[in-house]
Design a protein around this ligand. Structure first.
Ligand code: KG4
Ligand code: ZN
Length: 348
């Protein structure tokens, strides 16, 4: 019986190791953030990312066991993100997981990173637990630096893509906008912070695909419009807070517009926001107001489980292993998800 797993997340630039047990309880999760290593380049450099994963992954395993007060005897299996992501980064986690599985004689399983984000609301620890009556089915908006997808989560392993971005991911748009204003990398948090002192109505930015009859997103028009706006303003420095607040307002309104259409169309009232961008304070504020108005049960996992982390990966693997799913040693990394991972019902 699989009751507790050691898990790895290295799909992009966060190295994370966790131990998760039955029911989604997180015994420990430890992560190494690489922002400082990528900041000089203004974005994630794949080779720098995998080199840093190599440096930190095994020390994190030791730290994770120590933090949980457990040993490898307590672990029944090993879980790792093997898709989608940067192949060099995925390789580090995958080869580590496969090697430890072989050396320790434990089963292992490769999981889809996006499925892990979708199941993050089910995690629990001393400070967080999902609402008591929270179950499938629900609607989930997964918003990060690499993804902006709207899903109908029907059951474990049954995920329908209802909409997706046709160009930039929401986090990518925040990061590019932050870069235009010289706010450093990643720009999302800096834009959020700067926006707090600004007027969201100071500038008008477009909402991509607002009037199209589908659930897709587009952030490239917003980005271009922001670039033109910045070029046309003589005193950008003084207007930074207003620019951030207005840009953020447009991005948040775009995210929530299609979300509320999806909720109406599917008649689902359980709504999940997940991924790094769900840390955005204005998004949380407006989503909570919308939830009160529409009578939604809104679940936004704490930031530590929204951003890339191995706890969500461990949980996704644990429940699948409990259903008898295991990987074999010939499993490789994949830059995209597997055909059977999602049912694509998005329309263009
Ligand atoms: O899920 P995540 O940690 O990593 C992946 O991309 O998978 O998400 C990171 C993204 C970055 O683009 C970052 O700028 C954005 O989430 N982000 C935010 C905020 N915090 C993180 N965007 C807007 N407001 C925030 N407070
Ligand atoms: Zn992610």
């Amino acid at each position: 019986m699989i009751r507790r797993v050691l898990s790895f997340e290295t799909s992009c630039d966060d190295t994370s190791v966790a131990i998760v047990r039955d029911g989604g309880f997180v015994d420990a999760v430890v992560s190494a953030n690489q922002d400082l290593a990528h900041a000089p380049f203004g974005g994630v450099v794949p080779e720098v990312a995998c080199r840093n994963h190599t440096l930190t992954i095994l020390p994190l395993v030791e730290e994770c066991f120590k933090k949980a007060g457990l040993t490898l005897e307590d672990i029944d299996g090993i879980v790792v993100t093997n898709r989608p992501g940067l192949v060099g980064s995925l390789l580090v986690g995958l080869v580590t997981a496969k090697s430890l599985a072989l050396a320790w004689g434990k089963p292992f399983l490769g999981v889809n990173h996006l499925e892990a984000h979708l199941l993050a609301p089910f995690l629990r620890d001393d400070q967080y637990q999902p609402p008591k009556d929270f179950t499938f089915p629900f609607l989930a908006l997964a918003i990060s630096g690499g993804h902006t997808h709207l899903y109908k989560v029907e059951a474990l392993g049954k995920y329908k893509i209802l909409g997706r971005t046709l160009d930039d991911a929401a986090g990518e748009a925040f990061d590019k906008f932050g870069k235009m204003l010289g706010l450093g990398f990643p720009g999302g948090v800096a834009v959020d912070r700067m926006a707090r002192g600004g007027n969201p109505k100071a500038f008008q930015f477009p909402i991509g695909l607002k009037h199209q009859d589908n659930l897709n997103y587009s952030f490239s028009g917003l980005k271009t419009s922001a670039m033109r706006m910045i070029e046309s303003i003589p005193d950008v420095e003084e207007k930074k807070a207003d620019l951030c607040a207005s840009f953020q307002e447009a991005a948040v309104d775009a995210l929530l517009w299609k979300l509320q259409i999806a909720a109406a169309q599917t008649r689902l009232r359980k709504i999940v926001l997940t991924g790094g961008v769900s840390a955005n304070s204005r998004l949380r504020e407006k989503a909570e107001a919308l939830a009160r108005e529409k009578n939604w049960q809104l679940v936004i996992p704490p930031v530590r489980y929204c951003t890339d982390n191995a706890a969500m990966v461990g949980y996704a693997g644990l429940v699948r292993m409990q259903r008898g799913e295991f990987s074999t040693q010939d499993l490789g990394p994949s830059p995209s998800y597997f055909p059977g991972d999602f049912i694509d019902e998005s329309r263009t």
